[in-house]
Ligand binder design. Structure first.
Ligand code: C2E
Ligand code: CA
Ligand code: CA
Length: 611
């Protein structure tokens, strides 16, 4: 070797080392792959004095596909990214054996990505695999004008670059994983809340400049908790994945779908010409989500509610828009679920009023501002008062609908105020019942409404037992009214109900026919009484369909050996019809409105004794 070629060799080594340390510097500055390749490939080109330098990256999710970043030393412009098919195993094997191939090899595995590189003037190529965690993640391919001298063709320089590029790729993959973890929901692969908010902000800015319109949809699954609790978490997960893919299929690729957490999803519709267009997409999503799902061989009925905020009308910040869609969603759920509600100032006012009402309810619970009314439950045959249902009253509650228990009880249920309130109802009703008993007024039982939230409470049973004991009331003299949805709760609710029944308390299914109920629960749960909801009474006895429906419910109860109480009986015609079907008891304005305790005393002293 001549002095001149030795010097040249040394020079090349020095430039290789310089180029490698530049890669290290780039690595420290950024984990983004393309900017690093944009700097590294030209540097490989000049250091190795080659015609082309390419990095072929195998797709993470599909090993048959790859993308190639090419650099041609003599080209004035950047080469476009190439997508190609590769046989990774074959290429890896080839890298192990030798490092040179001609541009027109017989082997098709090389032709596909080497042929386009011939444009650079390269005729011979060196290929080196890039590894990460003992897995091949790509290849470095360097193309030369002529076959190389033996010393060079052994790969000096190329292997060093390949090693360093392997580190770059590993780092990039780690960062990509971290990025995924921080920005995407692992279960559904959708953007998570934080990425969604970022994108929303971007889109909002774009809209501000373009003057366009968009919509933000807040989606909440109805009754998802039931599937999760009853069928288990893996069924719940499967449902969430399915929901995610259904939502994605309902929107355009330019829209963003995210999972905000739990069973809450959000969609940003990037371009909507008007409200109708936004509503159409929202309704399409509702339709898709209400199609039954089959998980582990079992069919489930899902549903969803959607709150919709218009961009930019409803808010000039992301926080404001999210809040508006959330308020609209709340309204959608409150007004019966399974619907789309657009945000409006009126809804916001309602929400504010409701929040204020919530505060008043909590205050009233503390101040013991409530009272109890009692409504007789009357035997159809003997007309005797069998029992009374305790119904909450709020005498000094706010004017308007807020004073109705149908409004303030659900509000108390939103906070733990219902626990306090429920305990007060139980104590007050039992004290009153004991007083009537002492006066010898023949009542068989006192009926008390118990909320789902109370039934979940581990202390409920002890509270009930202590109250009954304090007033010397038998468990059989207590009837607990629950709604149908409670039966599907499982867990502590299930245990509480079964223990109460085992102790001898009666369980009544309230508002029967209005809720989610599986007739199977009637068979497997120790329900003693069904209270047919008053909505079934409205068309009695004039309407044939209504008559047949009530008749079949009563027949079923008789067959299942359950007592039946028809609620909301207001007219003699209804009463006569129900009696003729064998309905056991009625509760309604006809036989007695809810009344305060002195009136109950007077009524009972006049009432025919026993049944
Ligand atoms: P509910 O348990 O279905 O109670 C029966 C409701 O129907 C009562 O309304 C009663 O006044 C009304 N009603 C009775 N007979 C008739 C009739 O012939 N015609 C009509 N149109 N209505 C009739 P109220 O007192 O407004 O109570 C509404 C709901 O509030 C109750 O429905 C119950 O779900 C809840 N609630 C009341 N008190 C309590 C309580 O102490 N605890 C809990 N958790 N909920 C309660
Ligand atoms: Ca009731
Ligand atoms: Ca009822």
């Amino acid at each position: 070797m001549t002095v001149a070629s030795l010097t040249a060799n040394l020079d090349q080594h020095r430039s290789i080392i310089e180029a490698l340390s530049e890669i290290d510097r780039l690595l420290l500055q950024s984990s983004a792959l393309e900017p690093i390749l944009d700097r590294v490939l030209p540097s490989i080109g000049s250091v190795l004095r080659c015609k082309s330098a390419s990095v072929i990256l195998v797709d993470g999710d599909c090993q048959d596909h790859a993308r190639a970043y090419d650099f041609f030393t003599d080209a004035a412009t950047k080469r476009p990214l190439r997508r190609l098919e590769v046989d990774v195993r074959h290429l890896t094997e080839a890298c192990r054996q030798t490092m040179c191939w001609w541009t027109t090899p017989d082997d098709v595995h090389f032709a596909s990505f080497l042929a386009p590189l011939a444009e650079s003037g390269a005729t011979v190529f060196q290929l080196c695999s890039l590894h990460h965690d003992q897995k091949v993640s790509g290849f470095l391919c360097v193309g030369h004008a002529q076959p190389l001298k033996a010393s060079v063709s052994r790969g000096i320089g190329v292997t060093e670059f390949a090693e360093r590029l392997s580190v770059v790729l590993a780092n990039h993959e780690r960062m990509a994983q971290l990025h995924r973890h921080a920005n995407f929901d692992a279960l559904t692969d959708l953007p998570n809340r934080s990425l969604f908010l970022d994108r929303l902000e971007c889109e909002r800015r774009k809209l501000q400049e373009s003057g366009g319109r968009a919509a933000l949809l807040y989606i909440d699954l109805d009754h998802f908790k039931r599937i999760n609790d009853v069928e288990g978490h893996s069924a719940g997960d499967a449902v969430l994945r399915l929901v995610a893919s259904r939502i994605v299929h309902c929107v355009k690729a330019t829209d963003t779908v995210a999972r905000l957490g739990g069973d809450e999803f959000a969609v940003f519709l990037a371009q909507v010409p008007n409200d109708d267009a936004a509503r159409q997409v929202a309704v399409r999503i509702l339709d898709c989500l209400s199609r039954p799902v089959k998980i582990d061989g079992r069919i489930h009925q899902l549903g969803a509610s959607i709150g919709l905020a218009r961009v930019p009308e409803d808010g000039d910040s992301i926080e404001a828009l999210m809040k508006c869609s959330d308020i609209a969603l709340y309204r959608a759920k409150e007004s019966g679920r399974g619907r789309v509600v657009f945000f409006s100032a009126e809804i916001q006012d309602r929400m504010i009023a409701r929040t204020a009402l919530g505060a008043s309810v909590r205050q009233a619970v503390q101040n013991r501002d409530f009272d109890l009314a009692f409504q007789p439950i009357v035997c159809c045959r003997s007309q005797a008062v069998l029992g009374v249902e305790a119904l909450l009253r709020w005498p000094n509650g706010p004017e308007g609908e807020g004073r109705s228990p149908s409004i303030f009880v659900p509000i108390a249920e939103e906070s733990d105020a219902i626990l306090d309130l429920g305990a007060w109802v139980l104590a007050t009703a039992c004290r009153q019942f004991a007083a009537w008993k002492q006066r010898g007024l023949g009542l068989r039982y006192i009926s008390i409404n118990v909320s789902a939230r109370q039934l979940k409470d581990g202390a409920l049973l002890d509270t009930i037992l202590a109250t009954l004991a304090r007033h010397a009331i038998e468990p059989a003299e207590l009837q607990i009214e629950i709604t149908e949805s409670v039966l599907a709760e499982g867990g502590a609710t299930d245990r509480n109900l079964r223990k109460l029944s085992a102790l001898g308390a009666k369980l009544a299914l309230d508002d029967f026919g209005t809720g989610y109920s599986s007739l199977n629960y009637l068979r497997t749960f120790p329900i003693s009484t069904l209270k047919i909801d008053r909505s079934f009474m409205l068309d009695l006895p004039g309407n044939d369909g209504a008559c047949r429906l009530v008749e079949s419910i009563i027949r079923m109860c008789v067959a299942l050996k359950k007592e039946v109480v028809a609620e909301g009986v207001e007219h003699q015609g209804q009463f006569d019809f129900l009696s003729s079907l064998g309905c056991g008891a009625v509760q309604g304005y006809l036989t007695g409105r809810p009344m305060m305790s002195p009136d109950v005393g007077r009524l009972l002293s006049r009432s025919p004794a026993g049944a």
